[in-house]
Design a protein. Structure first.
Length: 158
């Protein structure tokens, strides 16, 4: 039986270090933004005491169909009651509302979601420097696919 080297590569360590820092930053910001929201330091778009009124609603509205009545969704109702935007906020439209306590909470979520893109982008040079061309190409494709998915350019439905 041969012994295997179970040592992490430089790229694996770099990826893990960036992921760890990004996770801690996102988690810290999540606590901060949630506290700003819950303690009323930043005024929310939807008052805290009204949120439970929307819990039983679907996210999107549905038109009437055979045998089923029309249903107003959470996004349309909140938009009509509080936001008064041309369209309900979907995708990256929350950025326009980041000054509201409930939408400020989306920043750490976006950070936590995007840190993987940064991790992959950071390891690309090392992969090519080491001669791991296939892994380098895969990492670049991963960055491009994740960035495209996060961009909101690819949508289904509306």
């Amino acid at each position: 039986m041969t012994e295997q080297n179970i040592q992490a590569t430089e790229e694996q360590v770099l990826y893990a270090n960036i992921l760890e820092k990004g996770m801690y930053i996102g988690l810290l910001l999540m606590f901060i933004t949630f506290a700003l929201y819950v303690f009323g330091i930043m005024k929310p778009a939807v008052p805290l005491d009204k949120i439970s009124e929307y819990w039983n609603m679907p996210v999107a509205s549905h038109a009437a169909t055979d045998g089923h009545e029309a249903v107003v969704g959470y996004l349309d109702k909140v938009n009509a009651d509080y936001l008064n935007m041309e369209r309900p906020p979907t995708g990256w439209a929350w950025l326009k509302l980041v000054g509201k306590g409930d939408f400020l909470n989306f920043i750490p979520i976006a950070i936590l979601s995007g840190v993987t893109i940064i991790c992959y982008a950071a390891i690309v040079p090392g992969l090519f420097r080491r001669g791991d061309t296939a892994y380098g190409v895969i990492a670049i494709l991963e960055v491009l696919i994740l960035a495209l998915a996060a961009s909101g350019l690819l949508t289904v439905g509306h």
